[in-house]
Write a protein that binds this ligand. Sequence first.
Ligand SMILES: [Zn+2]
Length: 350
Amino acid sequence: MLASGGRAASIGSGTPGGGGESATAAQSTGGGGQSPGGAPGGSGSQAAGGSGSQAAGGSGSQAAGGMGSQAAGGMGSEAGGGGPAGSWPNGALAAVSLTYDDGLDTHLATVIPALDAHGFKATFFLSNFEGVDHQWALPNLKDPLTPRHMAWQAVLRNGHELADHTVNHPCNSASKAPNYHLTDYDMPRLSAELDDSVLRLGRLGVVPPITFAYPCSSDKIGIGPNGQDFSPLIAMRFFAARTSDSSIAAPANLDLLHVPLQDAGSKTGAQLRAMVDQAIARKGWLVVLFHGVGAETTCPGLDFNLKGCMINYLTTDTASHQALVDYLAEKQAQVWVAPFGTVAKTLLKK
Ligand SMILES: [Zn+2]
């Protein structure tokens, strides 16, 4: 079912899903390539890029940096929804971060051009499918980068944020491959995988500080048979993290390591635009989660010669995505559109 042969079996077996991500997992689509299966996610950070291997530096733990602890606290004492009117940069009433999970080819083919047309920068949480080493968005640490990896490097150079979403996207989903459920993990295993993910992002040019998105509501599910909270491992390495809680973030009371989101999923353009209106009304921070975008696309223009977009699921149609992007352009006087990490850094400074 996947467009490119050898990878199909292992890719198809996983699923992003356990929690929020899987809800509509079956809407896969099109061009020959996709599987609703489990995908990984995450990614993140900003840097200039290119040469990969030196960027990430030696030890994953460096990434941890001191920022985690700062991030955790509340952002201020104001009650209720965001700050005073116009308290976001440029006098905006609300902040909007567009986030795209799992390093899907539709992001490269459809999303980036749509964003670039308006000069918007977004966040891409990259990960791999379990068992697919080096063939997906995240390179391993030894093999030459592939054209897909280079395409992601170009995204970073273009000013978008690449951020972390683990390597294998552990998830308590029935369709996840054996040994990649969170209940198969313990703290040392997850810790090692997080360090690995940071190094892999480094090969794409990402440098700390980095942001993170929990795969599959895993901040709630925890880890191991008894569900241990692994958020301390996240706080050690990342300065902000997106959870699967559904709401518009109120900056006054925000824990930056548990930033809520709004899932774009199969919503219409009108529904997506309504989210923006709500964020403006609340003077909040809207973090929109996308997986696949554009069921109809065949991913033209990707230079690694796909017959179709490999792996595409939880798909938002292109017109709905475009309607949101166009609306954000229309509302630029009121809405600050910026990557997840950029907004988080602004809140840290407050
Ligand atoms: Zn994911």
